[in-house]
Design a protein around this ligand. Structure first.
Ligand SMILES: C[S@@+](CC[C@H](N)C(=O)[O-])C[C@H]1O[C@@H](n2cnc3c(N)ncnc32)[C@H](O)[C@@H]1O
Length: 427
């Protein structure tokens, strides 16, 4: 029995994460989704069409349960991750609720005049601040924001930041390691939004722009900084490069600036990253040389089409540290690189990625190593890596990352169609 008996009618366990990384220890919903819905239950039951916005719904638990249990319609939803957007659509197609919501970018239309917001709180304070500010500007005077998360990811600073945007912020009791903050009385900000933020990096001679949810914000990650030491060696005859998982677009901008013959495509699954990379390109007058594409692991990029890919891989899947996110991008690079093409990666030394790169992409050479980081170049061989995809699917030896990959590919056949700016270390 959950906090609200009505919620027992919704099949939270039927939700899937696909196309995001799946694994036995990664879940599509948790107790914080149910607590947010239970806390808002009375308000949701009496809500008119089009007055509900949902922010940060990971895989659709909030949206689809609000529609199924409380009859909510015209729901406006924003999810930063492309794979979250797709997962919501996939789950709606399977469980019902497809006609109950619209997916919108983070902007005024998302919150314009709404009276209820359900919000899976982000871990990053800049993201929280940017979103709360937007709500306070555009939501209705009567808005109630039910913002929840896992207690271990919540800090007192979150409540303080919400107080900058709302006159009243109350914390509910913790239940099942989750808690909900309820915010009311929006304080309409006087000046313009602070986002995207921008900061001049004197070492690079470039501006770095970042929306709140962007990895490392306006700072240059030290792993990325090390990768740039090798910019001149990266496939010197290449005319095009891809910055995979571009974040703020700092690597794309630095590569374009250092290699005038290169045209760079920056791509990320995070909407905030894509908006930030566009701002970084524009602020450095590099728009003509950098294209920015919002995509999950280059799904829309043709096979064997790229000469050079650079990557500082993620190792978080949502709030969990998990190898699957990096492996997914290695496989994407293996598919998109043309034979002889190069994947340049930087990663913490303790991560055993060399073998994975050899197997998934091709011959891999360590080009540099510091006390903390390794830079490696993998050259795409004509048959992909030294293993075939079938081999990879049958191999279960790299912990949960490889396991989840087998399940993800199986799923793909059955079901087609993101802290303050001090974060200086690699994820
Ligand atoms: C360690 S950060 C690197 C960001 C940026 N390149 C830098 O150096 O500051 C990894 C990035 O990969 C992105 N990412 C994670 N999974 C992805 C996926 N499936 N497809 C595309 N990008 C992804 C994250 O959103 C994040 O921006």
């Amino acid at each position: 029995m959950t906090e609200n008996a009505q919620l027992d009618d919704f099949d939270f366990n039927g939700l899937r994460r696909f196309p995001d990384v799946e694994a036995p220890n990664l879940f599509a919903s948790d107790a914080s989704d149910r607590l947010i819905l239970a806390t808002a239950a009375a308000t949701l039951s009496a809500l008119d069409d089009g007055r509900l916005a949902i922010m940060g719904d990971r895989y659709g638990a909030l949206t689809l349960a609000a529609a199924a249990v409380f009859g909510a319609t015209g729901i406006r939803v924003h999810q930063d991750g492309r794979s979250s957007e797709l997962a919501l659509r996939n789950n709606a197609a399977r469980l019902g609720g497809a006609g109950s919501f619209r997916q919108l970018p983070l902007g005024p239309e998302l919150f314009d005049g709404v009276s209820v917001v359900l919000w899976q709180l982000p871990r990053g304070l800049h993201e929280l601040s940017e979103v709360a500010d937007l709500m306070a500007r555009h939501a209705g005077d009567d808005v109630q924001v039910f913002a929840g998360g896992r207690v271990k990811h919540m800090t007192p600073a979150m409540k303080e930041l919400l107080r900058e945007s709302f006159g009243t912020v109350t914390a509910g009791l913790a239940r099942q390691k989750s808690r909900v903050l309820t915010a009311r009385e929006p304080r309409r900000p006087a000046g313009p939004t602070r986002y995207p933020q921008r900061e001049y990096n004197a070492e690079l001679g470039l501006w770095i722009c970042a929306h709140g949810a962007t990895f490392a914000g306006t700072k240059l990650d030290i792993g990325s900084r090390y990768l740039l030491d090798f910019a001149a060696e990266m496939k010197p005859d290449a005319h095009r490069a891809i910055d995979l998982g571009c974040g703020s677009g700092v690597l794309a901008a630095a590569l374009a600036a250092r290699r005038p013959d290169l045209r760079v495509t920056a791509t990320d699954q995070s909407a905030a990253a894509v908006a930030s990379a566009k701002a970084t390109a524009a602020t450095n007058s590099l728009t003509g040389r950098i294209d920015v594409v919002h995509d999950d692991a280059m799904a829309s990029f043709p096979d064997e089409s790229a000469e050079l890919i650079i990557l500082n891989p993620p190792f978080h899947v949502g709030s969990s540290v998990h190898a699957g996110a990096a492996l997914k991008l290695f496989d994407a690079a293996a598919r998109v690189l043309s034979p002889g093409g190069e994947l340049w990666t930087v990663f913490n030394n303790h991560l055993g990625y060399i073998g994975q790169l050899e197997q998934r992409v091709g011959r891999t050479e360590v080009r540099g190593r510091t006390a903390k980081f390794t830079v490696a170049v993998s050259t795409k061989s004509s048959g992909g890596g030294s293993r075939t995809i079938a081999d990879r699917n049958s191999q279960q030896h790299f912990g949960s990352g490889a396991e989840n990959y087998a399940s993800e590919r199986t799923w793909a056949k059955v079901c087609s169609p993101k802290r303050l700016n001090g974060g200086l270390s690699s994820e």
